[in-house]
Design a protein around this ligand. Structure first.
Ligand code: ZN
Length: 273
């Protein structure tokens, strides 16, 4: 009996050591991001981040039918992408930005890989009605890259895995197989945490999108049009863009707030819509 108790105590200590290590690694990775003027927890270097993104490009493009053969559409995408980057604070970050159109015309989505690789499906591209709306989608995705959301996500996953592992080890009792359930609970809670962060990141990408659009001469209200287009595209099965995003009403409200902050006296005339 005594021997078993000391065995469990050992597990508890190992679990605690793993938890402490995970916490120290996470909070020790604090970095200041000058463009968004915010401290961030990031576990990888910019070079690693770029390499990760480039590594994922072939798989990502293949998943959506490959790069789109329409040279004209891709050229237009490039010009809007360049305009956003060279005329806004996004250009201060040293990412090798690239915006690519993908063949898939059924999926309505856009995403950013780590390190500045931005993608847009033909399904979303075909639904857009103006240059400003395209700029809105791209500015949002460029916002993810500038704010290093993928790298932050990776750091949080490492922390979550570390803490989950610690709880699993500390709570597992070999004499009582049911104790594994406690560890599973910890894993679920960990996932929920990650999801909440991800929603925050979406709202931050919207705010950065508004800022970069304005700096590059685009009317940020076009991003609200994009939200409405996405909502309409929803129907029975909502576009994937929403599956990981906060609900559209909240999002439109947050974008309106961001526009208010950026333009307290109202959006000036003459911006590209
Ligand atoms: Zn997003």
């Amino acid at each position: 009996m005594n021997r078993r108790r000391s065995f469990n105590g050992g597990r508890l200590l190992v679990g605690l050591a793993i938890a402490v290590f995970a916490l120290i690694s996470y909070f020790g990775s604090k970095e200041y991001n000058p463009i968004i003027e915010e401290d961030q927890y990031i576990g990888i270097t910019p070079d690693q981040e770029i390499a990760l993104g480039l590594q994922a490009v072939p798989e990502m493009t293949a998943q959506f039918g490959g790069l789109h053969p329409d040279v004209e559409a891709q050229g237009f995408l490039d010009s809007v992408c360049r305009r956003l980057i060279s005329n806004s604070d996004a250009g201060q970050a040293d990412w090798p930005y690239e915006c690519s159109l993908l063949v898939d015309d059924e999926t309505v989505n856009a995403f950013a890989l780590p390190g500045g690789q931005v993608f847009l499906t033909a399904g979303l591209y075909n639904r857009l009605q103006s240059e400003g709306q395209l700029a809105g989608v791209l500015a949002h995705e460029i916002g993810h890259a500038v704010a290093r959301h993928s790298a932050q996500q990776i750091a949080r996953q490492q922390l979550t895995q570390g803490l989950t592992g610690a709880v699993v080890i500390a709570s597992y009792d070999p004499q009582n197989p049911n104790s594994a359930a406690t560890g599973q609970m910890a894993a679920v809670v960990g996932q929920l945490l990650t999801m909440r962060y991800s929603r925050e990141h979406e709202l931050q990408a919207d705010r950065l999108g508004v800022r970069f659009m304005g700096e590059a001469g685009y009317d940020p209200r076009s991003l609200i049009d994009v939200m409405n287009i996405l909502a309409e595209a929803g129907g029975a099965s909502p576009p994937e863009f929403f599956s990981t995003h906060p609900n559209p009403e909240n999002r439109i409200e947050a974008i309106e707030e961001a526009i208010q902050v950026e333009y307290p006296n109202g959006v000036p005339d003459g911006l590209i819509q």
